[in-house]
Design a protein. Sequence first.
Length: 210
Amino acid sequence: MSSNWSAKRNGIIDNAIVRAVGLDDWSAVRQLHALSFNRLAGILFDETAAAAMKFHLETPEYTDELARQNLSIALVEGHVVGTCGWVASDDHGHAARITSLFVDPLFTRLGIGRRLVWDAEARARAAGFQTLTTRATEVTIEYFAALGYELSSQGVSTPAPDLVIPVIFMRKHDQSMAPSKPGSGASGKTHPSDPPDDPIAIAGTRTYVA
């Protein structure tokens, strides 16, 4: 049974397609983010805050935020199972922030989140950014640490209007980045920097990293 699952796992990873988000993908992206958020809402938010965030996920403003994040999606058999993007995080063109990493709960622990992060990192590097940052919560610090990110400072983020949560700012420089050539990590073989699991939902910009 273990060998059958291993073969199936590798097949899922090998067949996953990572590409830029398209106009027809936004509805599926919002549904994925809502699904992923629901899995973590009780960990990061109280009932009032969770309700505010769920409402924000359905607003046009949230879609506008995502549209500014150079977002890519992961597809398995045509279904959106993950997202990740990046934005410039300073005015000097030196740092880019990894944003909106969400993985469908049914497709975690398959390396899809890792592929999405590596894709976003590669695209940010191609745009000339030498340093990468992200905003992590208590449930994703270890995940990003396994990808080479280090603790920078602590602060707060505003996932939705009038909603503030504590976050940990993390950073890594170009020389510590994981391989990002097409297909890297897609075979199911482990890499020394592979994190043990995909987070269910990770986000940035004006959203939370969870």
